[in-house]
Design a protein around this ligand. Structure first.
Ligand SMILES: *Cc1c(COP(=O)(O)O)cnc(C)c1O
Length: 468
């Protein structure tokens, strides 16, 4: 290969104006706008100049690259103007997968978002009175009805950005400048740097730790109460378990102590299911109803964990306390937008109508393992080049919910023919509609519990088409 002098090669590059006259390039103006196309032309020319400067091409190579410029420019402008946030297929078997956006929303939620997002809405407007309304009236009536069905009356709810925000707001509004008593066995870190002691410090409340890591008794709480005590705090152990020689007071005991000493009791429930999770095989997971029924004054929970709705933090409890949170300046900073209310209301409405399977998270938890097994065969047939094997797995609840808890599932294990499992997993992640898998024993596992059945056809097509 003869390398031409670089100056010759640089001269072979077309000028920007020349490229802009090419019909295929002009055709991009309509979709992407002139400025983007010019940026793409410059970027691709710069790339070729870099190749020449590094002595990486011959004249023939360069002519080929110049001929390929229109396609390269179209690809560049396409990439540059595309969103980085895209849909993926969750074949990891982790149901509430925080990395993959937690709960998928229901169709109904998506439709409700679309209905209010592109126009005006009565977000903060009372249509009857024709005057300013309250955004937090949305969703509340639906929750109140759900609570009423469970025999829970006289409860109010507000919605903020996420549960971390809900905890921060509740501590700030109810305990700033005072003490909050919490068990040493509940000073959890949820991940993403949400640590109870740190949130406490941020809120301006002082943490009073009581008990030990494994055992805390109601007497420990009582002994720690002073005239400065503003709150008794219970935190759900969302992502770990303490087993063995353990003890912690029941909700009833905490509530009784709080009532007797005139101190509100708050519970950071984390996941906050709105159904009895035992019905689909998740035993012992706390739900919002149990906490409110026990008389907990303020319960905080996520919208996008077991509830199966949008990212949000809900605070339900005694109306007077919720009103205190409502009027705290932080509420204004942490409040949610119309799209969040739209999705939350649609999700809650599915609960009210008992259309649980409309909520993707509920459907995913409820589907019997035998149905998942049935879906394996056609996908295995399409992926035959990878010598797929159906394996029984456990799909994790995940997302800081139901620690260590899982539901039975089935996965297809693919054996990479060229390269190793990591390479194959990367290729699947690089698809236009990425498939995110997990690797076990140098095999790529596609766990079907977290894959919507409506995506099976895509899996078949894709796995049949890629070279093993
Ligand atoms: C998940 C969780 C949080 C944080 O909730 P986000 O909605 O992620 O902000 C806080 N506390 C507990 C106990 C949790 O499980």
């Amino acid at each position: 290969m003869t390398i031409s002098p670089q100056s010759d090669l640089f001269r072979r590059l077309p000028a920007v104006d020349e490229i802009l006259k090419i019909a295929a390039i002009e055709a991009l103006f309509e979709d992407y706008g002139r400025i983007s196309v010019i940026e793409a032309v410059r970027a691709e020319l710069d790339r070729l100049r870099g190749v020449i400067a590094r002595n990486q091409c011959s004249a023939a190579d360069l002519d080929g690259a110049v001929a390929a410029l229109p396609a390269a420019i179209a690809a560049w402008v396409g990439r540059m103007t595309s969103p980085s946030l895209v849909r993926v297929i969750n074949a990891t078997g982790v149901i509430i997968n925080t990395n993959l956006g937690r709960s998928p929303l229901s169709r109904r939620a998506a439709e409700q978002i679309a209905a209010v997002a592109c126009g005006y809405s009565n977000l903060e407007f009372d249509l009857e009175k024709g005057e300013r309304g309250c955004r937090d009236d949305h969703a509340r009536h639906l929750l109140n009805r759900l609570f009423a069905r469970q025999g829970i009356a006289d409860t109010s709810t507000i919605v903020v950005n996420n549960n971390a925000a809900a905890v921060l707001l509740a501590l700030g509004a109810l305990a700033r400048g005072g003490e909050v008593i919490c068990s040493r066995g509940e000073l959890v870190e949820i991940g993403g740097s949400f640590r109870i002691p740190d949130i406490m410090a941020q809120s301006g409340a002082v943490l009073r730790e009581v008990g030990t890591t494994n055992r805390t008794r109601i007497a420990d709480y009582e002994a720690a109460i002073t005239e400065n005590t503003k709150l008794l705090l219970r935190v759900h152990r969302s992502n770990f378990e303490i087993i063995g020689f353990t003890e912690r007071p029941s909700l009833d005991e905490l509530v009784e102590l709080g009532r007797r000493r005139g101190i509100p009791v708050m519970e950071d429930l984390g996941s906050g299911a709105l159904v009895e999770t035992a019905a689909f095989g998740i035993e012992g997971e706390a739900n919002v109803y149990d906490s409110l029924r026990a008389g907990i004054d303020v319960v905080t929970y996520s919208g996008d964990k077991l509830l199966g709705g949008p990212q949000a933090g809900l605070v339900s409890g005694a109306p007077a306390l919720v009103a205190t949170l409502r009027s705290h300046p932080l509420f204004r900073a942490l409040r949610v937008d119309k799209m969040c209310y739209a999705a939350l209301e649609a999700t809650l409405s599915s609960y009210l109508c008992e259309h649980y399977d409309d909520i993707p998270l509920m459907a995913c938890l409820r589907v019997p393992a035998s149905q998942i097994a049935d879906r394996c065969a056609p996908i295995a047939a399409a992926a035959s080049a990878f010598k797929p094997e159906m394996v029984a797995t456990r799909a994790m609840i995940g997302g800081g919910s139901a620690p260590g808890k899982s539901v039975p599932s089935f996965a297809l294990a693919l054996i990479p023919v060229t390269g190793n499992a990591k390479d194959l997993a990367l290729r699947l992640r690089r698809l236009p509609l990425p498939i995110v898998t997990r690797i076990e024993d140098d095999r790529v596992l596609l766990d079907l519990r977290t894959v919507a059945a409506s995506d099976d056809a895509y899996l078949c097509e894709t796995l049949a088409a890629i070279t093993p």
